[in-house]
Design a protein around this ligand. Structure first.
Ligand code: DAH
Length: 392
């Protein structure tokens, strides 16, 4: 039976409280049945309309009709409990049916993320509907680049390396000069650099740029820590390369540096051979080819047997694309730290007559592409959850 506002005869505190709670529970019951905008309109008119609503009746029957000595108590109850209770319920219910409408629309459009958001809003606006199925809160997946980075870093951590980091906005000094790229030297052209504008008034070595590699952190770390050191340096780097399937103006590298007394090229080879086997499987073979980097001497590029075709250059009858049919994949640059580099940090214990070291640097994104067989590097940075979820 629909609720009607009773006349009051007993104005004691206990009686008032009882009548108020009957009214509010009727309000709540009727509210639960309101599902559409037109239900809501009827509900609003019945409870708070200007004429003959519950609100006007309460005023008439409970307030105006109250004997003088009970006016105060009745007034307090009506103004502080009943009227705010009705207004609050109307507001909450209106929010709720709005949320229901949003959910309906999201379902019609079939967009998962929006359905979930609408479900969450609805759950907050109606905490009592236990008949709804549970809300799916998707568990995020580690980004494939972060995952690859962490795997590489942990291989070196197990060898006793620690992790160092440095700034992405770097000075000319750390990015080039202290790595033995003299000012105006053509070796700088190999790294198409993004410079920060408006730096012309500064001396060249102080001018800012987006670091083109993680190698500057070699210098920054050697300035802070005395030898012996063994560090890996993961981080973002930038180059002025137009984006395509294998290039991105922003990408990730991991740098390595080991300095001690009597470090040899044999240590470099052993360390990297071990690391490649740990990363790509113990069947992988490594192969060093001479190369050039200003900050290492001698320098090399490291190749591993293609882990797609196993080194054959073929996939069944077809040519293997990732290794361009050579059976080998280039994974990093490396070499023995050039004595000229040590000269820049000599005062912190790096006298090239006393210490030697090796360094290496690899592209994380490229390794992630190969590892997961992804054919377009742009996919890593577009943030499409359908792509990213596959790595969960
Ligand atoms: N910094 C080089 C680049 O980005 C990669 C590199 C080569 C790093 C040799 C090294 C190294 O530490 O020894 O092309």
């Amino acid at each position: 039976m629909a609720y009607t506002v009773p006349k009051l005869t007993d104005y004691s505190a206990a009686a008032l409280e009882k009548k108020a709670s009957q009214l509010l529970s009727a309000l709540k019951d009727e509210s639960t049945a309101v599902k559409t905008e037109s239900d809501y309109e009827a509900f609003r008119v019945r409870w708070a309309g200007r004429k003959d609503s519950v609100r006007t009746q309460v005023n008439e029957l409970w307030l105006k009709a109250a004997p003088k000595e009970a006016k105060r108590a009745a007034g307090q109850l009506v103004n502080e409990v009943i009227l705010p209770g009705i207004d609050g319920e109307l507001r909450d219910r209106h929010d709720h049916i709005n949320n229901l409408a949003v959910l309906k629309k999201a379902r019609a459009e079939g967009i998962d993320a929006e359905i979930d958001a609408a479900r969450r809003a609805l759950e907050l606006s109606d905490s009592v509907d236990i008949t709804l199925p549970g809300i799916r809160r998707p568990i995020g997946a580690e980004h494939p680049i972060i995952k690859t980075r962490n795997e590489i870093v942990s291989v070196f951590e197990r060898l006793g390396y620690s992790v160092a980091e440095g700034p992405v906005v770097e000075t000319d000094y750390y990015n080039f000069e202290a790595l033995n790229f003299p000012p105006n030297h053509p070796a700088r052209d190999t790294q198409d650099t993004l410079f920060i504008a408006g730096q012309q008034s500064k001396p060249q070595r102080e001018r800012l740029l987006l670091r083109t590699h993680t190698s500057p952190v070699q210098i920054r770390t050697m300035e802070k820590m005395r030898p012996p050191i063994r560090i890996v340096i993961p981080g973002k780097v930038h180059r002025n390369d137009p984006p395509d399937a294998s290039h991105s103006p922003m990408f990730h590298q991991i740098e390595g540096l080991a300095v001690d007394t009597n470090i040899t090229f044999g240590d470099l080879k052993g360390t990297l051979d071990h690391a490649m086997k740990a990363l790509f499987g113990s069947n992988v073979k490594t192969h060093f080819r001479p190369s050039f980097f200003p900050f290492t001497e001698p320098s090399a590029e490291l190749y591993v047997t293609c882990f797609i075709c196993g080194g054959s250059g073929k996939r069944g009858p077809d040519p293997c694309r990732p290794c361009k049919q050579t059976g080998w994949i280039e994974v990093l640059g490396c070499g023995m730290v050039d004595p000229n580099v040590f000269e820049f940090v000599k005062d912190n214990g790096y006298d090239p007559k006393q210490v030697s070291g090796f360094a290496f640097g690899m592209g994380v994104d490229r390794l992630a592409l190969l590892k997961y067989g992804v054919d377009d590097i742009q996919l890593f940075f577009q943030g499409d959850v359908r792509f990213l979820q596959q790595f969960g």
